[in-house]
Design a protein around this ligand. Structure first.
Ligand code: PLP
Ligand code: SF4
Length: 339
């Protein structure tokens, strides 16, 4: 026994704590229901939907949910439900036509002056409303060679001002990989900005380590981080600390939320989200209309209702705390404001 302990302890220490937290994330719907003391009647409904798109939720995120409450707004974002199996007209596998925007494997050119690198298909959480639930991420190239090919496809394009690291969740890559990728991006002379889209600071705040702050704050590129929180209850102690750390390191942080029925389709919730974000030095950026992806129709909020909510926010909050209400139209060169 003593021997085994001696062997396993250094190994554990070598893995950053966020990797351990990810390895220990809940993947079994039965376990989720048991931990939250939810009724067994949900079991079959959850299990069938989880076969199509797996359950995945870090334990730290689960701890922010109210036990025994089947309609908890954080639970709704991650709990598989049989409503996902219903086909609804207009809700399709690739609502954004992303398959068409690829200029090379893992490189999307949808926006002027910006290129998107899809570094991984993996995420630390499976949000039930995500368009990723149907995206062919098996086709995303991974590994140093693939990434250098992807960047090679962008070399020589002097119109490129910004590189967006996206996914899945790009912060699931190791710091050493990200350091290498960022160094290669910094070699592209016209690129000025490095933007990262990640939900990890929210769902797995352990990911915000001194080493991450080091490479993100230390590149010649101007960094900007766009996180994704939908409800103020997501912004608990460890998450708040991670966001404040990013702010202290001088990294601008913006938030995008998705308007979701039963989660945040309420002016009180959206106003509280904006105010809590700002308390943590994060500015609300976008409120997205749900992408009509197959399996997510039960989260749909009509635009007329979204518009009403925006009106209420404008009446209650300073302009800088009112997010832009937008939708993504396939093939469009920018997001469409919903007026
Ligand atoms: C909308 C979007 C962009 C472009 O964002 P802007 O802030 O409008 O330039 C880039 N990446 C992702 C993943 C987006 O959803
Ligand atoms: S974190 Fe973002 S990309 Fe990942 S499942 Fe959730 S919404 Fe989709």
């Amino acid at each position: 026994m003593a021997e085994r302990t001696a062997l396993s302890v250094p190994e554990l220490d070598a893995a950053p704590s966020w990797k351990r937290a990810l390895a220990e994330a809940v993947r079994d719907p039965d376990e989720l229901l048991r931990l939250l003391r939810l009724p067994d009647s949900l079991r079959e409904r959850a299990r069938r939907a989880a076969e199509r798109f797996g359950l995945l939720v870090p334990r730290g995120f689960l701890e922010r949910m109210r036990p025994g409450d089947g309609s908890d707004p954080l639970l709704r974002q991650v709990l598989p439900l049989d409503a996902e199996l219903e086909e609804r007209p207009g809700f399709v596998p690739d609502p954004l036509g992303e398959a068409q925007a690829a200029v090379a494997p893992g490189v999307l050119r949808k926006y002027a002056g910006r290129a998107l690198l899809v570094l991984t298909g993996a995420c630390a959480v499976n949000c039930r409303y995500c368009f990723r639930r149907e995206f062919p991420y098996e086709e995303v190239p991974t590994g140093a060679e693939a990434w250098s090919l992807a960047l090679g496809a962008l070399a020589g394009d002097d119109s490129l001002k910004e590189i967006i690291l996206s996914g899945g969740d790009p912060l699931l890559l190791s710091d050493s990989s990200l350091e290498r990728i960022v160094a290669s991006i910094a070699e592209l002379p016209s690129v000025q900005r490095l933007r990262i889209h990640s939900r990890l600071p929210i769902v797995l705040p352990e990911r915000v380590t001194p080493r991450l702050l080091g490479w993100l704050g230390g590149t010649r590129l101007s960094p900007i981080l766009v996180v994704h929180a939908n409800h103020p209850a997501e912004l608990d102690g460890p998450c708040a600390e991670a966001l404040l750390e990013l702010g202290r390191a001088g990294i601008p942080v913006l938030n995008q939320a998705v308007l979701l029925r039963g989660v945040n389709d309420d002016a009180n919730v959206l106003a509280a989200l904006s105010e809590r974000l700002f308390e943590l030095r994060v500015l609300p950026y976008y409120l997205h209309q749900l992408d009509p992806v197959r399996g997510a129709a039960h989260f749909h909020v009509p635009e007329a209702r979204g518009h009403e909510l925006m009106e209420q926010l404008r009446r209650r909050l300073p302009g800088y705390l009112v997010p832009r209400y937008v939708r993504e139209d396939p093939g469009a060169a920018h997001k469409t404001p919903i007026a």
